[in-house]
Design a protein around this ligand. Structure first.
Ligand SMILES: Nc1nc2c(c(=O)[nH]1)N[C@H]1C(S)=C(S)[C@@H](COP(=O)(O)O)O[C@H]1N2
Ligand SMILES: [Mo]
Length: 308
């Protein structure tokens, strides 16, 4: 498939991209910066204690008490509730997820519903690479080079009906593979997210199949995930199995699990406080600098019109 490089006004210079090595070691970086013991860590801890991500064992977040080896393991750190609340465990646990054969259903209020393998869908699309800011509600951010295609291209393929107003995305439900789906019965599985149709059509809204020029790691949402750069990373649902066009607003995973985490839109907003975490600043993983969080994560010019 062709990889097209198109310069867009919202593009971030290459030099600002978070390096792969540094990205993979983001937890270690936070520790090296002293964040593991003082500022950011307590910020994270307060946040977690506020129950933002649901009930779990608090002892799991005391990274600093573990030895170097374990800290190295922690360096792979991904939020993936299906596998573990301990983000460090996620990369290992995702190994048993079979992403080779991955049917995706696109259904609901569309003229041309589709069910096909993720790999077949990718063959239908021209691939692009896009560096976007990625900002979690926990207060970390990075600039990551995703590859994939704009969701808008898929919309053109399936042709939403005139009464379609929302797009719902479901992740997988497979308790045999995902341990939290066996035990965390306070959650409603699958992890599900949604956008308005207008948000889905925005040129920034992206379906990613790769990162740093390689296939997405399983812990990162292989084979296909959503990337919505002006919203908190929570909205960027991983390992999509189903996309449904609806007339009524779908509920989302976090609205059901803990409404304090995010509202439906979950747009990056520096004036918000989410679950006791003020959102005015963020730590940039590759430099360790704190920087001011921008409205809509810096993409206001291209998306604020959606909300007027
Ligand atoms: N299916 C699924 N998608 C998900 C999540 C999840 O738990 N399950 N977590 C979200 C949250 S809160 C974040 S911060 C990002 C983390 O993405 P990363 O591991 O690629 O950094 O994925 C989002 N997508
Ligand atoms: Mo997150």
């Amino acid at each position: 498939m062709a990889l097209i490089r198109i310069k867009k006004p919202w593009e971030i210079p290459e030099s600002h991209t978070t390096g792969e090595h540094r990205y993979l070691n983001r937890r270690k970086f936070l520790q090296a910066l002293g964040i593991g013991s003082i500022g950011g860590m307590s910020l994270t801890r307060d946040f977690l204690q506020a129950g933002a991500f649901g009930p779990f064992d608090q002892s799991n977040i005391e990274y600093s008490q573990y030895d170097e080896t374990l800290r190295d393991q922690i360096s792979n750190f991904n939020n993936f509730a299906e596998f573990s609340h301990w983000n460090a465990e996620v990369p290992d646990l995702t190994r048993s997820l079979d992403t080779d054969s991955w049917p995706i259903t696109i259904t609901g209020l569309v003229k041309k519903p589709l069910t096909l393998e993720a790999s077949e869908l990718l063959r239908l699309m021209d691939m692009e690479e896009r560096s976007y800011r990625f900002r979690c509600i926990e207060g970390w951010s990075m600039v990551l080079p995703w590859s994939g295609f704009p969701l808008n291209k898929l919309l053109k393929l399936v042709q939403p009906e005139s009464n379609a107003r929302y797009v719902r995305f479901d992740s997988f439900h497979n308790p045999d593979v995902a341990p939290s789906q066996q035990v965390n019965d306070w959650y409603t599985w699958p992890y599900t997210e949604a956008l308005t149709l207008e948000e889905a059509k925005n040129e920034l809204t992206f379906i990613a199949s790769g990162l740093f020029g390689k296939d997405l790691p399983k812990a990162q949402g292989a084979p296909l995930r959503l990337i919505v750069p002006w919203k908190y990373a929570t909205k960027s649902i991983k390992s999509i199995t189903r996309i449904e066009f609806t007339s009524k607003r779908p509920g989302t995973f976090w609205e059901a699990a803990n409404p304090g985490v995010c509202d439906f839109h979950c747009n990056v907003n520096p004036t918000d406080t989410h679950a006791n975490v003020p959102q005015a600043e963020e730590i940039l993983i590759n430099t360790g600098d704190w920087q001011t969080t921008l409205p809509y994560n810096g993409y206001a010019e291209w998306v604020s019109g959606l909300y007027t």
